[in-house]
Design a protein around this ligand. Sequence first.
Ligand code: NAD
Ligand code: UDP
Ligand code: UDP
Length: 336
Amino acid sequence: NVTVKPPPEPSPLRKARFFKANMRILVTGGAGFIGSHLVDKLMQNEKNEVIVVDNYFTGSKDNLKQWIGHPRFELIRHDVTETLLVEVDQIYHLACPASPIFYKYNPVKTIKTNVIGTLNMLGLAKRVGARILLTSTSEVYGDPLVHPQDESYWGNVNPIGVRSCYDEGKRVAETLMFDYHRQHGIEIRIARIFNTYGPRMNIDDGRVVSNFIAQAIRDEPLTVQLPGTQTRSFCYVSDMVDGLIRLMEGDNTGPINIGNPGEFTMLELAETVKEMINPEVKIIKVENTPDDPRQRKPDITKAKELLGWEPKIKLHEGIPLMEEDFRLRLGISRKN
Ligand code: NAD
Ligand code: UDP
Ligand code: UDP
């Protein structure tokens, strides 16, 4: 007769420390811009334990410094293109560089992160029975021929362009999510995130809001890429995090657009930043990069109806919050 040993009891230490925590959440890319704000919000709920995995390509430990050492928090240096073994209830899968200059820097790595990284997180979700949310992007709509973009639009994407590692990568990631859902019954959630801004963005990451704010603070000309009439719609990061958590907690797989429908041309954005931060600064026109989408604005009907979500922070309220953070990090205070 073989005696089977019963599984060990959780250690008294673990029980004492974690008796309140009943949800263990993995955040990939949690040291990045959106990820670290998401971690802040998740950590505010004492029922949550949070594990962050990040390879620090574009993220930083600094973004998480307030949580390092906290008993409900763990930070692991790990690349999602490698197998990961952890036991969790939910996975927020954000790991992927989001700024064009970073995702174009090593395009093969970007596509591996999107495809192999997402496959690994789905394999993990399957093994442990976790629910998984993917942060997809409005870039899946490419240079859209439909305006504003709703989730039923299939997009207009160049499969062989310099942005393809990112936007086609995310399209495959969405396909993998739905195939694991249909084939293996994995609980999935897909958010299509539109341009997001706020404190902790990399100062020199080349994205338009961070560029203009840093330039205005440094007294450098604001660089509007030609033609300047192209549009984007900017969502403040706290609104984004609320939308992501609602999507994860709700019953809908998505894809669901999460973004702010307030649409601006890049020239209008430059004028706004100039007026709010530094009326003396010049606005100049510079060359654009290939395949730049001409217009982008989310249709958020689904988010409103299915998640009861809509953004609260307007651009003119968000810009000063980001300016404050950038001034602190750049060490340049206001002149007056
Ligand atoms: P970010 O670059 O600040 O964060 C991404 C994080 O992922 C970083 O901490 C980075 O180090 C990490 N990472 C990258 N590759 C990794 C890998 N192979 N293994 C482990 N970690 C890795 O970008 P963000 O703006 O916070 O974007 C987060 C997510 O949201 C991304 O998936 C992005 O595609 C998506 N998204 C963002 C925006 C936006 O406007 N910020 C728009 C659409 C979609
Ligand atoms: N995987 C992982 N962590 C896990 C389980 C799986 O990283 O806990 C990875 C695994 O390395 C594999 C991928 O997820 O490459 C897909 O896993 P799945 O079980 O779906 O496929 P298979 O291993 O059968 O190819
Ligand atoms: N852009 C600009 N000046 C800059 C950086 C970007 O005019 O210094 C423009 C860019 O051409 C694009 C828009 O701003 O039309 C948004 O670019 P970003 O890289 O922030 O994000 P994208 O939406 O392209 O991923």
